[in-house]
Design a protein around this ligand. Structure first.
Ligand code: DNO
Length: 357
């Protein structure tokens, strides 16, 4: 298991590489070039520069989160081949600089979604939460205005602004794309890129839908075991794998995370593990919590144990943290609580390894 930390880059992250390098056991980062729009080629010089900077702090850059997929690919539009060609070029460029895993998602239009970014818990910490009833009342088109205002209530953290410019148009186009069509479009994409990934030794790791159900009536496919099985079988290659995100999948209590780790891990399809905890507060309703099992409804010990059982050699990162100790920053992605999370996960891992020698 290799512990890494998500970093959005100098201009988009309040946390420095120096601070990340001071977290015990953290060996590297999951990097991103936030200004490159979905669909464009990642230039070699930019990847080189990022890699150099990361390495100067004795951290590794072997994972990218994410190289985003252009909507034309998800929609299966006529012009998708050009964007797929660009994606292939990006894979080749990343491979030249030692990138081993690309995390991506196939969620139409919206990436992850929360109804509150700053819910205050009893101890005064702030977390992100989701309430399906609130989401159902929202017209997705109003999200643009909220985004422009800096959104207090609803917001779209981590989203690329260009997705929003096109929102109205996109929502119209998705009216004719159902779940089955999304599978077909994902297959088309994977069939073109996976042979290149095999040659370049870069593993693709699809991130589950977050939350793992349809939002605003738009289908999402990476939601549970059965659909993930289908996805890894669309192209039967180890290079077609998963980012197994405990918090995204875990938002549906029917998803048994340790069982999924055993199933997909023993088939060598988990390349990246995102670990976070949450508490169920009702149907399609939850709050995110600190990482320890005692804080939420997921048993993080059992999750780490499952990774140990499958002899997990991939990358892991602490996922969303709370805002604590007065920290201000990108919701879910502050320094302190994620660093506590990393230390907790490393502690569990050490104990599990020593007990199973
Ligand atoms: C949220 C993240 C996601 C993830 C993308 C992958 O915190 O886990 O935004 O990076 O869905 O493409």
């Amino acid at each position: 298991m290799k512990m890494i930390f998500r970093w959005f880059g100098e201009h988009d992250d309040s946390i420095s590489l120096k601070e990340i390098a001071q977290i015990p056991q953290v060996e590297g980062i999951a990097g991103f070039l936030s200004d490159i729009p979905a669909g464009a080629v990642w230039p070699k010089q930019r990847i080189h520069k990022l890699k150099k900077r990361v390495n100067e702090h004795k951290l590794r850059l072997e994972v990218i989160e994410s190289v985003n997929i252009h909507e034309s690919i998800k929609l299966g539009s006529e012009n998708r081949d050009q964007y797929i060609e660009n994606y292939i070029q990006t894979i080749k460029n990343l491979s030249k600089f030692g990138i081993k895993v690309i995390c991506y998602n196939f969620m139409p239009v919206f990436d992850w979604l929360r109804s509150d970014l700053q819910e205050e818990l009893a101890d005064g910490s702030r977390v992100m939460s989701y309430d399906g009833k609130k989401v159902d009342r929202v017209n997705p088109l109003y999200l643009i205005e909220e985004y422009e205002e800096g959104a207090q209530g609803f917001s779209l953290p981590g989203w690329e602004p260009e997705r929003l410019n096109e929102l109205e148009n996109l929502l119209e186009k998705y009216k004719v794309v159902d779940e089955e069509q999304l599978f077909v479009n994902l297959k088309y994409f994977l069939q073109k890129i996976i042979p290149v990934c095999e040659q370049e030794n870069v593993k693709m790791a699809i991130h589950p839908a977050d939350p793992p159900w349809d939002v605003f009536g738009i289908p999402r496919i990476a939601v549970g075991k059965q659909n993930l099985q289908r996805i890894i079988n669309l192209v039967d290659s180890e290079y077609n794998g998963l980012t197994l995100c405990s918090g995204s999948l875990g938002a549906n209590p029917e998803n048994n995370i340790p069982e999924m780790i055993h199933y997909f891990g023993s088939r060598k399809r988990i390349h990246f593990a995102h670990i976070r905890n949450l508490k169920y507060t009702g149907p399609e309703k939850f709050v995110e919590t600190a990482h320890p099992s005692s804080e939420g409804d997921l048993d993080i010990y059992e999750i780490m144990k499952a990774y140990h059982d499958i002899d997990f050699q991939g990358y892991v990162r602490p996922d969303h943290g709370r805002m604590i100790w007065g920290e201000q920053g990108r919701p879910g992605y502050g320094l302190y609580d994620r660093a506590l999370g990393a230390a907790y996960l490393s502690g569990l891992w050490e104990a599990i390894c020593k007990n199973n020698k």
